[in-house]
Design a protein around this ligand. Structure first.
Ligand code: HEC
Length: 246
């Protein structure tokens, strides 16, 4: 038992040492009553669509879900229709492609894991639906990773196809720096710096991993208010009941 505990504490110490704690960013959704910044969500989706989706799927998100970013029904329809979805079989038993509908899930770039690995030097670009939930430090980590590419230190060995990243555990990552200044053109007047795109796409991925967060927080505040009210009522009742007793 002692050995087991020692092994566990050693393991956590090692893994903690391997990962540098990312700086905390100022997220609109981090506060107890926080909400997702709709404009950042839409810009973040644009970054996902135009950049990340070349390698990463986001298979738990359907077009209809994107309404939560502040899109109208017809905007969602138009967006879905830009995608080709594999469907079928038809009456002849053939699979076919058709334009997307709001109820379709956003299609990923690869047919299967083998194809994904073959296209990425053997590494698998993980699905992004739950990325922010699945990683220690969540959105702060994703932001730090996207902005954390640096020159390789002199004594550090990288294999071909690997890049040095300050915040990736172990530092050798098989994802080339995906962002560069001006890579996307935003529709609002926001400047597409690497930091801005990283911030926006991290906001989008935080939303994707917990689209129901705003409801959860709203409910939490209501429950707290309710409990506070009940405490007051019970206190008053108690005073009343014990009033005559010295
Ligand atoms: C050219 C393909 C490619 C593009 C484009 C790309 N990635 Fe990746 N990404 C990868 C690969 C490959 C990995 C796996 C890296 C590894 O395990 O070493 C990865 C891993 C990741 C990880 C996980 C790191 C971890 O802790 O395991 C995150 C987060 C990530 N990418 C975010 C993004 C975001 C956000 C974008 C868009 C701005 C993006 N990626 C664009 C190929 C890509």
């Amino acid at each position: 038992m002692k050995k087991f505990l020692l092994a566990i504490s050693l393991f956590t110490a090692i893994s903690a040492e391997n990962q540098i704690v990312p700086p905390k960013q100022d997220w609109s959704f981090a506060k107890p009553n926080g909400t997702f910044d709709r404009a950042a969500l839409q810009r973040g989706f644009q970054v996902y669509k135009e950049v990340c989706s070349a390698c990463h799927s986001i298979k738990l998100i359907s077009f209809r879900h994107l309404k939560a970013m502040g899109l109208t029904e017809s905007e969602v329809k138009a967006l879905a229709a830009q995608y080709q979805i594999k469907d079928g079989p038809n009456d002849e038993g053939e699979m076919f492609e058709r334009p997307g509908r709001p109820s379709d899930y956003i299609p990923g770039p690869y047919l299967n894991e083998k194809q994904a690995r073959a296209a990425n030097n053997g590494s698998l670009p993980p699905d992004q639906s739950l990325m922010v939930k699945a990683r220690l430090y969540g959105a702060d980590y994703v932001y730090a990773l996207l902005t954390g590419y640096e020159k390789v230190p002199d004594n550090f060995k990288l294999n071909p196809g690997q890049y040095y990243n300050e915040y990736f555990p172990g530092h050798a990552i098989s994802m080339a720096p995906p962002l560069s200044e001006g890579l996307v053109k935003y529709n609002d007047s926001t400047k597409p710096t690497v930091e801005q795109m990283a911030y926006d796409v991290s906001t989008f991925l935080a939303w994707a991993s917990e689209p129901e967060m705003e409801d959860r927080k709203r409910l939490g505040i209501k429950v707290l208010l309710y409990l506070l009210l009940m405490t007051g009522l019970f206190y008053a009742t108690m005073r009343r009941i014990w009033q005559g007793i010295k």
